[in-house]
Design a protein around this ligand. Structure first.
Ligand code: NAP
Length: 294
């Protein structure tokens, strides 16, 4: 019987990459892949990409049991809000009731005793998954290349960030998806594993230099004080609780007091058997998606 795999956040950065990775799998007949969609536009986005959507809204618990029926493994991805806690717990309740065995959770890289809110919330969710008796695989990525690329594609002459000249470690959505996809396809060897995902340590100035090389035009880095970040996030409409935790974590990065900030791991190669994507390769792959500069 096909293994039924349910991907939350299927229209988002990492969940979307997991959908692509699993649908390209040569043994794809052995998988039934369902992507969560909370609206008709989200469902049609998935259908247009050749995927099977299923209605699921974290804020509509009535949608949970039907989406999880017969599911073997779940990719648990939540958004940039304190709602991540209640959203995760609701999904875990419904998954347990539906008999789901394996949860692959998208968290964030930090030490186990991190004081910063969104990292701590992810770790509380990890503990819930374990305590509720699921087979578990915890993903702990550091900075997403994709998040920076989205801002750069919008304004392709500069990078702005709030960590001065500190180096941080990076991972692409495709590498996260490959690791997640391997764990979702077969629990064997992946249960009880915490996969730390960060493949290359670079400062924002280093990334700007790579982007200058790859695009052939000057890209500069504009560092701003970490203290500027919170009002910007609030103005952009981010949930205040998540924004405060994020700003606090970034201030610790700027101060050089964030352990693991530039840690790198060979997890991608260990799990997938291939080398991970560097920033240079990532930018070269996405170059064609940039609109030409005026
Ligand atoms: N960015 C980084 O550098 C970084 C680093 C480490 C960890 N992380 C972690 O990565 C996670 C975010 O991943 P991402 O960037 O892939 O997210 P994302 O691109 O923002 O996607 C969010 C997804 O969640 C869905 N969603 C939002 N609200 C929902 C609801 N009420 N019901 C059902 N689905 C809902 C969205 O669906 P719609 O399309 O319908 O909106 C979308 O598919 C966070 O947990 C964050 O802590 C991020």
């Amino acid at each position: 019987m096909a293994r039924r795999i349910f991907i939350t956040g299927a229209t988002g950065t990492v969940g979307g990459a997991v959908m692509r990775y699993l649908s390209q799998d040569p043994k794809t007949g052995s998988i039934e892949l369902l992507g969560a969609a909370r609206s008709e536009p989200a469902a049609s986005k998935l259908r247009d990409a050749g995927h099977q959507p299923i209605h699921f809204d974290y804020d509509d618990p009535a949608s949970h049991a039907p989406a999880l029926e017969g599911v073997d493994a779940v990719f648990l991805s939540t958004g940039y809000s304190v709602d991540m806690i209640v959203h995760s717990k609701r999904l875990l309740n419904a998954a347990r009731a539906a008999g789901v065995r394996h949860i692959v959770h998208l968290g964030a890289l930090a030490p186990d005793d991190t004081p910063h809110a969104h990292f701590a919330w992810h770790q509380v969710i990890e503990h819930s998954i374990e305590a509720m008796g699921f087979d578990w695989t915890h993903l702990r990525p550091n900075f997403f290349m994709d998040t920076v690329w989205k801002g750069f594609a919008h304004r392709p002459d500069r990078l702005v960030h709030f960590i001065g000249d500190r180096k941080v470690s990076w991972i692409s959505s495709d590498d996260m998806a490959a690791v997640a996809g391997e764990a979702l396809k077969s629990s064997s060897g992946h249960t009880g594993q915490t996969y730390r995902l960060a493949v290359e340590a670079l400062s924002f100035a280093d990334v700007a230099a790579i982007l200058t090389d790859i695009t052939g035009t000057e890209v500069y880095y504009r560092p701003r004080p970490a203290a500027d970040l919170l009002p910007i996030l609030l103005k952009q409409g981010m949930d205040p609780a998540y924004a405060a935790g994020l700003a606090e974590g970034v201030a610790a990065l700027e101060a050089g007091s964030q352990p693991l900030a530039d840690a790198v791991y060979d997890t991608v190669a260990q799990v997938t058997g291939r080398e991970p994507v560097s920033w240079r390769e990532f930018a070269a792959q996405r170059l064609t998606s940039l609109s030409p500069r005026e």
